[in-house]
Design a protein. Sequence first.
Length: 130
Amino acid sequence: MQVPARRGYVNLTPDVEKAVRASGIREGLCLVNAMHITASVFINDNESGLHRDFERWLEKLAPEKPHAQYDHNRTGEDNGDAHLKRSVMGREVVVSVTNGALDLGPWEQIFYGEFDGLRRKRVLIKIIGE
């Protein structure tokens, strides 16, 4: 996964649905995990206004600058804010698989949230069931 900016959101739902279909399971669970400490996986609505709201809200909670406000950045990093944003938005989601499909509620979509981008990161999809 690579986002072309420091922060951004990617709808993973089509990729996860494809993985569930390829697994062949009919009933089970699907875990989707952001495999990096400054990225998130979460479920919410696929609405661009909401994504802008996330950005404003997270920036109020943990503003990127000034970098010196974070003790973490004393290690030579500049991403203390990204660690906090990830903590708020979550590490992973688990979704039921019912009749071979993701069992999401109305409007629910699975998203990858990037808070310290411009480099390649991994997303894990793990499917168990029968």
